[in-house]
Write a protein that binds this ligand. Structure first.
Ligand code: IPE
Ligand code: IPE
Ligand code: MG
Length: 243
């Protein structure tokens, strides 16, 4: 076993904002002859360890894709287990986040969630709102297209109310209406599970993010797997369109 980055404090550039498409839970379970939902349950431990590693490394914002706009199309029973897990994490884990100075936030279209879930989300967000160590955003019923659409709608509304001129619709003002705009620009987007696609995640925000794809299935994504992604990021040269 190699030493972790946090332990050796090597000269590594730590990304300020990391987002992860946590994929591969179902396959992880099926490979073991279990039902897909067993993989989602195992995935919760990877969320815990990833949050703690990110905090140790000094990442300022961590955004996790937990449930996409398209995931409603899964069998009802699987959707319901995912909702239960979300509720469980909200009620059981938020205290620990708070103790570690982590701000908690949910991004996505919450209108489809139960009132109870919405209340718990609001409670967790307000408990942790003044924490500054790191912000953990959970993307739930989130879609990149939804995000851009809702931002456009907000600007259109302001134009309609004569609060904004048409020429004031700029990249800057649209950006301000998208999710995560108050945090550091996205540096690193990780996808586990071996697929090479973005699945409607942070379309607007990933314009200049570095992408890191790994075959590792989400329940196997541990501290050393996260370290590897950060080391890989640190070795890259970002040019942002310049020479
Ligand atoms: C990711 O794992 C978790 C969610 C999408 C909620 P999957 O459930 O997509 O697992 P695979 O990709 O089918 O293995
Ligand atoms: C992306 O995984 C969504 C989440 C990880 C929450 P999916 O498993 O839903 O993506 P596809 O279907 O492979 O594109
Ligand atoms: Mg998947």
């Amino acid at each position: 076993m190699g030493e972790t980055i946090a332990a050796v404090q090597q000269d590594i550039i730590i990304p300020k904002h990391v987002a992860i498409i946590m994929d591969g839970n179902g396959r992880w379970a099926q490979m073991r002859g279990n039902k897909r939902v067993a993989g989602h349950k195992a995935g919760v431990e990877s969320v815990r360890s990833t949050v703690s590693t990110a905090r140790k490394l000094g990442v300022k914002a961590l955004t996790l894709f937990a449930f996409s706009s398209e995931n409603w199309q899964r069998p009802e029973q699987e959707v319901s287990v995912l909702m239960d897990l979300f509720m469980y994490v909200l009620t059981k884990e938020v205290k620990r986040l708070h103790k570690n100075d982590i701000r908690f936030k949910v991004i996505g279209d919450l209108s489809r969630f139960s009132d109870k879930l919405k209340r718990n989300i609001a409670k967790a967000e307000s408990l942790t709102e003044n924490n500054t160590g790191m912000v953990l955003s959970i993307a739930a019923n989130y879609g990149g297209r939804w995000d851009i659409t809702q931002a456009a709608k907000k600007l259109a509304q302001r134009v309609q109310n004569d609060e904004l001129a048409l020429d004031d619709i700029t990249e800057q003002t649209l950006d301000e209406q998208t999710s995560l705009s108050e945090f550091a620009e996205l540096d690193l987007l990780i996808r586990t599970g071996g697929d090479y696609r973005i699945s409607n995640f942070l379309l607007w925000q990933s314009a200049y993010a570095e992408f890191y794809f790994t075959e590792t299935l989400w329940p196997d994504f541990d501290e050393s797997a996260f370290d590897k992604a950060v080391e890989d990021f640190s070795d890259r040269q970002r040019r942002f369109g310049m020479t």
